[in-house]
Design a protein. Structure first.
Length: 461
């Protein structure tokens, strides 16, 4: 046996799949491992020192030139395992996952079997994962990255996360509410509504038979012999017993049977109000979110909608409908989002208002405005924004590095949102030139046309 020492540099922030990496095993220089190794029993952990970092770089980089240098020792832990009684120490470095790069597609020892080797074109480039110390990535941080990895969506690029995690309704959004009969059995007995049509019949005396009796707006029905009878809100059984009791004064054992010919009048009225089967089809209702943040629906009136998700609106609308009618289920659908705009002004070719049809950055908004004039000060671009309380906030951005090709990953290229104003101010030299033109060429020379002016006292020569 011999004394065995292991120095393990661990990255705690990022673990990547082994299928996307290639490794070179050189026992004389460095041991490479894509797995995050956990400390074992008897291991002493301590922060990595500057000397440990330098030793790791000296050992790793010559064997693996595609790895970036270890820059921030505070991100790692140094694990040492000791075996007493032996005199030889062998340092073996484990390359942390955070500092590994994808396979180079078969070149320089690439595996040739992974997904990247089989379909991706590797190019030298910069991404947001190359720097771990908080600084903005620069061109010196280039490394092989999969540039043409066609899969989902082909030329539109890979699958990306949704623009927003959960969409909330805003003013001028267009909603469609689809109405569907549930046809579920009610746990409560049916009760009469105004407009229901019933009939009564007697097996004993046919003169008591009446059909197509409509419940009037005051909730009553008119019957032979007994006159007006209140029917609204009563069950079939209750009204039938009441009629038998009233007719017993005229006919012995009248045996009245009550039948509902047309019921669920409120439900049918609602269906008629949203019936679009003769037009675009189905039973639906269009609703536009008004400036006060509400929508209007048949039978239930005004519903607050602004700031709610579609699921929250669905629950609210169905709860209100179920309080009035049974057997209906409403599903809201967002058919059209309210337009979103960004305003680009200042030293741009075509200032104006531009619609945001997707996630848009400041540089993309400048492209919508056909770029900037030579006198535009892109070092001090300004974005004005209104917060949730309509308070004005602003920030100043330096886009020169990206626009001049110096910065591959500009941190100032922010995402814009609705009603943002992007201002490209004038450069100081342009402001000075305009001041000279205004105060001297147009003003002073306008007072003294075609004259030579001595500025020491304004004496005309």
């Amino acid at each position: 046996m011999k004394l065995f020492g292991t120095v393990t540099i661990l990255a705690g922030l990022m673990t990547l799949s082994a299928a996307a990496f290639c490794f070179t095993n050189d026992e004389n220089a460095v041991q490479s491992n894509h797995e995050v190794m956990t400390p074992t029993e008897g291991v002493v952990s301590a922060p990595v020192s500057q000397s440990d970092r330098a030793a790791a770089n000296d050992a790793i980089l010559p064997a693996f030139p595609q790895f970036v240098a270890i820059e921030d020792p505070s991100e790692f832990q140094l694990d040492r395992a000791f075996d007493d009684g032996h005199a030889t120490v062998v340092d073996r470095f484990v390359v942390p996952a955070a500092y590994q790069v994808p396979c180079d597609g078969g070149g320089n020892g690439g595996c040739g079997n992974c997904q990247i080797c089989q379909g991706a074109k590797m190019l030298e480039g910069v991404d947001g994962n190359c720097c771990r110390n908080g600084r903005e990535p620069a061109w010196r941080d280039q490394r092989p990255i999969p540039w043409e990895s066609f899969a989902y969506g082909e030329y539109i690029g890979p699958y990306r996360t949704p623009h927003v995690g959960e969409y909330r309704i805003r003013i001028n959004d267009q909603l469609e509410f689809v109405y569907m009969l549930t046809r579920a059995k009610s746990v409560e007995p049916y009760r009469m509504f105004v407009g229901d049509v019933i009939q009564i019949s007697s097996a004993i005396d046919a003169s008591l038979n009446q059909t197509n009796i409509t419940i009037l707006s005051d909730g009553t029905i008119s019957l032979n012999l007994i006159g007006q009878v209140n029917a609204f809100g009563k069950t079939v059984e209750d009204l039938q017993n009441e009629l038998n009791e009233k007719y017993s004064a005229y006919v012995k054992n009248p045996a009245i049977v009550l039948s509902v010919l047309r019921g669920d009048t409120p439900l049918e009225d609602l269906r008629d109000a949203v019936d679009a089967r003769a037009g675009q089809g189905g039973q639906n209702q269009q609703a536009l979110v008004s400036p006060d943040g509400t929508i209007q629906l048949p039978l239930i009136g005004s519903i607050p909608a602004i700031g709610l998700t579609l699921d929250e609106i669905r629950r609210e609308v169905n709860a209100r409908y179920h309080a009035k009618v049974q057997g209906i289920q409403v599903t809201p659908i967002l058919t059209q989002r309210a337009p979103r705009f960004v305003y680009v002004v200042g030293e741009v070719q075509i200032p104006g208002r531009y619609e945001l049809t997707g996630p848009t950055t400041v540089m993309q908004s400048l492209a919508l405005a056909q770029g900037t004039f030579p006198g535009g000060n892109v070092r001090q671009a300004i974005v004005f924004r209104r917060d949730q309380n309509w308070q004005l906030v602003a920030t100043r951005l330096d886009l020169s590095g990206a626009l001049f090709g110096r910065s591959p990953h500009p941190s100032d290229d922010l995402w814009l949102r609705d009603s943002d104003i992007v201002l490209i101010p004038k450069k100081p030299i342009l402001r000075f030139a305009e001041a000279v033109d205004l105060y001297f060429t147009r003003s002073l020379y306008g007072i003294f046309p075609r004259q030579t002016v001595n500025f020491d006292g304004f004496t005309v020569l």
